[in-house]
Design a binder for this molecule. Structure first.
Ligand SMILES: C[S@@+](CC[C@H](N)C(=O)[O-])C[C@H]1O[C@@H](n2cnc3c(N)ncnc32)[C@H](O)[C@@H]1O
Length: 172
């Protein structure tokens, strides 16, 4: 049960699990430290006073029938690109990616605002499924950060580019 609780909170606190699901591991340079512990406790306190429901299930099972244009949907899925961090031990497949994009289209058809975090390119690879989908549907691709680890822009440095985006069906 403790593990389930922490797993729910990983959305906020970047606690993650390895492929066996037993150990937590830090994302990037973050580790579970005193400051994160403090945030975790503050987060738990806030939850007690708010009407929040956590649902731990496949996004495809989450019914959108009850959602209205008053709702807002934020997606932070695993990245499809090969060795991008967060690709969940390669468990996120092309089918998952396409299913998610279709799901998001349904929200758009119902005039529900959405925002989808992702990377359009990472270490020399491009996510053309995502890019083509966003362009074809005239969604807004908001570029968040260009991360050039090597300031010399020669061919090798392309391997270090990560293009982070927030795709929305509204203007920011
Ligand atoms: C990029 S991480 C989200 C990270 C989190 N928002 C954070 O800031 O730490 C992607 C999440 O998608 C979840 N996930 C993977 N497949 C899923 C699916 N089919 N339905 C719903 N969530 C899924 C993973 O368990 C993981 O927590």
């Amino acid at each position: 049960m403790f593990k389930e609780k922490i797993r729910m909170l990983d959305k906020k606190l970047h606690i993650r699990f390895n492929s066996v699901g037993e150990f937590n591991m830090p994302v990037g340079k973050r580790d579970f430290n005193g400051s994160i512990r403090k945030n975790l406790l503050a987060f738990c306190e806030k939850l007690k006073n708010k009407n929040v429901e956590f649902i731990n299930e496949d996004f495809k099972k989450f019914k959108i029938d009850n959602l209205t244009p008053e709702d807002f949907c934020y997606f932070d899925p695993p990245y499809f690109l090969g060795d991008a961090s967060y690709n969940e031990n390669n468990n996120w497949t092309e089918n998952d990616e396409k299913d998610l994009l279709k799901y998001v289209d349904k929200l758009n058809e119902k005039n529900i605002k959405f925002a989808l975090s992702n990377v359009t390119q990472h270490r020399g690879e491009k996510n053309n499924i995502l890019i083509d989908w966003a362009i074809e549907n005239k969604y807004n691709i908001n570029y968040l950060d260009y991360n050039y680890n090597n300031s010399n822009y020669h061919s090798k440095s392309k391997m270090n580019i990560t293009e982070e985006v927030l795709i929305t069906n509204y203007s920011i």
